[in-house]
Ligand binder design. Structure first.
Ligand code: COA
Length: 664
C-alpha cells in the first residue's frame, strides 16, 4: 500500500469504475464507490464479487480473501460523503466534459486539502477538468485499461498544472496496486497508448479503402508476421466500431495530428455494424458475439508491414522527441497496453529507419495527413546513418562487438538471435573443410550462450545459401580412406546442428544444393525465398550425398520423393519444395530478412528449456522404436514441468498476459 493513501473514492461504478474499485480493494485500500442509483451500485458489487470468485477459482487469490476484499468496498450515492475522508478520488463517469467538471468541482469542495483528484478519462483534457477545482496541482490522470483487473498497464498523466509530487504519489499508488505505471508528462490527446493505436489504424484503414490490401490481408500480416495479439480490424470489431469512431472524432477535434479519418469506420458506424457485439463489423460473426474472426495465416504474405507500422513509429518518435514519455515507457506502453511482443522502437529498428521514412513519405504524398510527415527525429537518424539493426545502431545499440569474423564464415550476434553466415559468395558459398570447422566452432561458442536463443544459418550475398561441397576438392586421385575421413568430418559438423540445444533456422536465399541442402536439412526449420532452388545434384557428378542427405531428406519428404531428388539429381524451385514439405515457408526475396527475423523472434520468445526438450524428443525420439521414443518424451515432459518457465507459462495463461520465459 502507498504510505500516504489509505482511502480511495471511486466515482462512477460502470465498466471501468467497478474494476478500479476492485483492484484498489484487492491491494488493501478502503474504497467507497459512488454512482447515481443504488441499483447501479448493487450491480457493480455483483460484478466485483463475480470477478473475485473467478480469481479465487483460478487460484490467483484465496477463497477467504474474496469476503475480505468485498468488506473493504462501501457504496454511496453522494460524492460529498464519499470524498470527505478520501486520500484519493478516481473519477470514471461517462466521457462528457461538463459532467466530469461537475464531479471535480464537488469533490474539490468536500475532499480534504491533501487529497489527489484523478480522472480515468481516455479522451478529455485533464488540464480542462482541473480548471473546475481550486487544486489543479493535485489533479492528475490515472488511465486504466479495460478490464482493470487483468490489464497490467496504467498511464499516469500530468495536466499543465499537476505538481511533480502529485504525479509521483499517483505513480506510487498505481505500483502499489501491482500494476505497471508509465508516466505521461504532457496531457496530449490519446496519451501514449491510444495515440500509437490510432496511428497504427490509420494507414491500414486508408490502404484498405484504396483497395491496396484487404482487411483480412492486413490482419493476417500483423497477427502472424508481426506477432500482434489481434488484427487491426479484428481489434476494432472487438472494442466496438462506435467506440473507435467516436473516440476518433473526439481526439481529432483536439489534435490535427490525429486527424486521420477512416472512411471505412464511418461507413460501418452509419450502417450500425458495430463489430462483434452486433454480429457484424469489419467481419461477420455468424456464430454469435464470441466467435473469432476467420483470419488465415497465409493471407498476409504480400502486405508491406513497414507501410502499416510506419505511422505508429512516427507517432512514437514524436512522443519521444517532445519529451511526452521516455523510450522505456513507450515500449512498456505498447507491450503491456496493446500486447505487442516487441516495443514500437524495436519494430522500427528491425524495419530500418530509412525504410520507415520512405514509407511515411509515400503515405504523405498519397494522403497528405500530418501524421504521415516523417518526424524530424527519424530523418535525423537516417542522416546520421542510425538505420536500426542493419547499421548496428538505431533506437537501440546493436554493436559490431557482436560480430566475429572467421576465415570463411561470419558469426553475428544480435541477441536473442545469432546469424552464422557462410561467407564465400564468389563461389556461391561452396563448402570447404575450413568452413565446416568454423561452423562447428561457431556453434560451440553459441552452445550455452544465454543471450542467444535462436541461430540462423544463411549464405553471404544474394545468390546462394550454399551450392554444395566445393567440387574442386574432389579432383585428383585421392585415397578412399581420405574421403572417408573428410566425409565423417563433414557429417559431424552437420550433425552438430541437429544436436544443438536451440532452434536453428536455415535461411535459404538462392541455391541450396548438395552439401548446402544437407546443412539446411539438419536445421529445425527452412525458410526460402521464392527464387531459391534446392536439390541433391551429386548423382550428376557420379557420386551420392554424403552429409546426411540420404537419411534426413527421406525423413522429411518421404522415401519416394527423396529417391526422386537424389537419383534424378534435379533442382526444384522453392514453391515445389514447399509443396513437398521440404521448406517450411516461402517468402518474397525483398522481404527475406524481415520474414526470417520475425519467424526467429517468435521462437526466441518461447521457453528455451522446453524448446530444447521438444527438439531432442523430435529429432532423436523418432529414430528409435516408438516405445523408447515415448519414454524419452515422458522423461523430457517431466523435466519441462519442473522448470520456472513452466510456472511462468501457467501463471501468464491464468492472468491473461504474455509469458516471459527466462530459460530457468
Ligand atoms: N564447388 C566449387 N565451386 C562452385 C560450386 C561448388 N559446388 N558451385 C558453384 N561454384 C563456383 C563456380 O565454379 C563459379 O566459379 P567461377 O566464377 O570461378 O567460374 C561460381 O561458383 C559461380 O557459379 P556459376 O556456375 O558460374 O553460376 P551459375 O549461376 O551459372 O550456376 C549452379 C549455379 C549452382 C547451378 C552451378 O554453379 C552448379 O551446378 N554448381 C554445382 C552444384 C553441385 O553440383 N553441388 C554438389 C556438390 S557435391
Amino acid at each position: 500500500m502507498s504510505q500516504q493513501i489509505r482511502r480511495v473514492a471511486v466515482i462512477g461504478a460502470g465498466t471501468m469504475g467497478h474494476g478500479i474499485a476492485e483492484v484498489s480493494a484487492l491491494a488493501g485500500y478502503e474504497v467507497v464507490m459512488v454512482d447515481v442509483s443504488q441499483d447501479i451500485l448493487n450491480k457493480a458489487l455483483e460484478r466485483i464479487k463475480w470477478s473475485l470468485d473467478k480469481l479465487a477459482e483460478r487460484g490467483t487469490i484465496s477463497k477467504e480473501r474474496v469476503g475480505e476484499v468485498m468488506g473493504r468496498i462501501k457504496t454511496s450515492l453522494s460524492i460529498a460523503e464519499a470524498v470527505r475522508d478520501a486520500d484519493l478520488m478516481i473519477e470514471a463517469v461517462p466521457e462528457k466534459l461538463d459532467l466530469k467538471k461537475q464531479v471535480f468541482a464537488e469533490a474539490d469542495k468536500y475532499a480534504p486539502p491533501h487529497a489527489i483528484l484523478a480522472t480515468n478519462t481516455s479522451s478529455l483534457p485533464i488540464t480542462e477538468i482541473a480548471s473546475a477545482t481550486k487544486r489543479p496541482d493535485k489533479v492528475v490522470g490515472i488511465h486504466f485499461f479495460n478490464p482493470p483487473v487483468l490489464m497490467p498497464l496504467v498511464e499516469v498523466i500530468k495536466g499543465a498544472q499537476t505538481s511533480d509530487e502529485t504525479a509521483r504519489r499517483s505513480y506510487e499508488f498505481v505500483k502499489s496496486l501491482g500494476k505497471e505505471p508509465i508516466m505521461v508528462n504532457k496531457d496530449v490527446p490519446g496519451f501514449v497508448v491510444n495515440r500509437i493505436l490510432i496511428a497504427l489504424n490509420s494507414a491500414a484503414c486508408l490502404l484498405v479503402a484504396n483497395n491496396q490490401y484487404s482487411v483480412v490481408e492486413i490482419d493476417s500480416a500483423v497477427k502472424y508476421r508481426a506477432g500482434l495479439p489481434m488484427g487491426i480490424f479484428e481489434l476494432q470489431d472487438f472494442t466496438g466500431i462506435d467506440v473507435g469512431y467516436l473516440v476518433g472524432l473526439a481526439v481529432a477535434e483536439r489534435d490535427p495530428m490525429l486527424r486521420v479519418p477512416c472512411p471505412l469506420l464511418e461507413d460501418l458506424y452509419k450502417k450500425g455494424w458495430l463489430g462483434q457485439k452486433s454480429g457484424r463489423g469489419f467481419y461477420e460473426y455468424k456464430g454469435g458475439p464470441y466467435e473469432r474472426a476467420n483470419i488465415p495465416r497465409e493471407a498476409g504474405e504480400k502486405v508491406d508491414l513497414t507501410l502499416i507500422f510506419a505511422p505508429a513509429i512516427n507517432m512514437a518518435a514524436w512522443l519521444l522527441r517532445n519529451g511526452i514519455a521516455s523510450k522505456e515507457d513507450i515500449e512498456k506502453g505498447v507491450k503491456l497496453g496493446l500486447g505487442w511482443p516487441k516495443g514500437v522502437f524495436e519494430y522500427a529498428d528491425e524495419f530500418g529507419i530509412d525504410k520507415v521514412v520512405e514509407a511515411l513519405n509515400q503515405l504523405y504524398s498519397r494522403f497528405g495527413y500530418e501524421l504521415f510527415k516523417p518526424d524530424p527525429l527519424l530523418t535525423q537518424m537516417v542522416q546520421e546513418g542510425r538505420l536500426g539493426r542493419k547499421s548496428g545502431r538505431g533506437f537501440y545499440e546493436y554493436g559490431a562487438a557482436g560480430t566475429v569474423e572467421f576465415k570463411e564464415i561470419i558469426l553475428r550476434k544480435e541477441p536473442p538471435l545469432a546469424w552464422i553466415i557462410l561467407n564465400r559468395p564468389q563461389r556461391l558459398n561452396a563448402l570447404t573443410l575450413t568452413m565446416l570447422e568454423e561452423l562447428s566452432r561457431a556453434l560451440d561458442m553459441l552452445w550455452d550462450d544465454k543471450d542467444v536463443r535462436v541461430v540462423i544459418i544463411r549464405g553471404a550475398g544474394d545468390r546462394a545459401f550454399s551450392a554444395g561441397a566445393d567440387v574442386t576438392s574432389f579432383t585428383g586421385p585421392l585415397h578412399t580412406y581420405y574421403f572417408f575421413l573428410y566425409n565423417r568430418k563433414f557429417q559431424e559438423a552437420v550433425s552438430k546442428i541437429e544436436r544443438f540445444p536451440k532452434p536453428v533456422i536455415a535461411a535459404i536465399n538462392g541455391y541450396a544444393l548438395g552439401g548446402g541442402l544437407e546443412i539446411a536439412l539438419a536445421c529445425d526449420f527452412r525458410i526460402a525465398t521464392d527464387t531459391s532452388e534446392l536439390g541433391q545434384p551429386e548423382i550428376n557428378l557420379g557420386i551420392i550425398p554424403g552429409a546426411g542427405g540420404t537419411q534426413r531428406l527421406a525423413r522429411i519428404v518421404g522415401l519416394g520423393r527423396a529417391k526422386e531428388l537424389i537419383m534424378l539429381g534435379d533442382r526444384i524451385k522453392a514453391d515445389e519444395a514447399y509443396r513437398i514439405g521440404l521448406v517450411n515457408r516461402v517468402v518474397p526475396k525483398e522481404r527475406f530478412e524481415e520474414e526470417v527475423r520475425s519467424f526467429a523472434m517468435r521462437l526466441a520468445q518461447g521457453p528455451p528449456i522446453a524448446l530444447t526438450y521438444a527438439k531432442y524428443a523430435l529429432n532423436f525420439g523418432t529414430q528409435v522404436p516408438v516405445d523408447i521414443g515415448l519414454l524419452l518424451e515422458a522423461a523430457f515432459f517431466s523435466m519441462a514441468v519442473n522448470t520456472k518457465d513452466a510456472q511462468e507459462g501457467v501463471m501468464a495463461f491464468l492472468t491473461r498476459r504474455r509469458p516471459e520465459f527466462k530459460g530457468e
